[in-house]
Design a protein around this ligand. Structure first.
Ligand code: TMP
Length: 215
């Protein structure tokens, strides 16, 4: 049985990652492929802590000099810990069993988001054990468009959701995409402002050649 393909969606908040990940999983399923749709932060123990921190409900112990939320390096470690646990407990066994895994966010999220706050080389180092994706799709959406989408969906902003920060994260993503492509990894940058169907069609045209027809 051939190994499953590991396909990752990346982009700033509000770029349509979960919509496109779900559409791709549905398409693969419709073609008869075994598929697993997942996301990071995951539903595992480290991922649950991250969710609390993102919502501002988990803070460092009180005291003089304590940061308002969790220390950014602690956040970077939590994201990396969640990733290792997610890989070992779900992603890798499924890929080995021939199931395609579609993941909403992965290593590039840490490099783009945490790399904007703490030493990027260190973020790279703590994520070095994570296997590369077979295909990464970066959905490119300007921060102001992304923020307008987020505000429509929910009134309370999460930790990383402000225009200036998302702009820095997008710059990081674009640089990382060039670096990844230069190192021979498969990465596609798509215009995430196009209609959902149009983006999905482009995604399918990238994924179809990677998946052998099911027996
Ligand atoms: P979500 O909104 O896609 O569920 O992601 C939650 C937030 O976590 C989003 O702002 C991106 C951020 N994030 C990181 O900063 N680093 C990471 O490694 C991951 C996976 C997400």
């Amino acid at each position: 049985m051939p190994a499953g393909r590991f396909i990752v969606f990346e982009g700033i908040d509000g770029s349509g990652l979960s919509t496109q990940a779900a559409l791709l999983a549905e398409w693969l399923l419709g073609k008869g492929h075994p598929v697993y749709l997942t996301k990071e932060p995951s539903a595992g123990p480290a991922g649950s802590q991250i969710r609390l921190a993102l919502a501002g409900r988990l803070v460092s112990r009180p005291g003089p000099g304590a940061p308002a939320g969790l220390d950014p390096r602690a956040m970077a470690l939590l994201f990396a810990a969640d990733r290792m646990d997610h890989l070992a407990g779900e992603i890798e066994p499924l890929l080995e069993a021939g199931t395609h895994v579609v993941c909403d966010r992965y290593v590039l999220s840490s490099l783009a988001y945490q790399g904007a706050e703490v030493d990027p080389a260190w973020v790279q180092a703590i994520n070095a054990g994570a296997r590369p994706a077979d295909l990464t799709v970066l959905l490119r959406v300007p921060p102001q468009v992304a923020l307008a989408r987020i505000r429509r969906a929910r009134p309370r902003a999460e930790l990383y959701e402000n225009g200036e920060r998302l702009g820095r994260v997008l710059d990081n993503y674009e640089r990382l995409a060039r670096e990844l492509a230069g190192s021979g990894q498969r990465i596609a940058v798509l215009d995430g402002t196009l209609p959902v169907d149009a983006v999905h069609r482009e995604v399918v045209s990238l994924v179809a050649p990677l998946v052998t027809p099911p027996a």
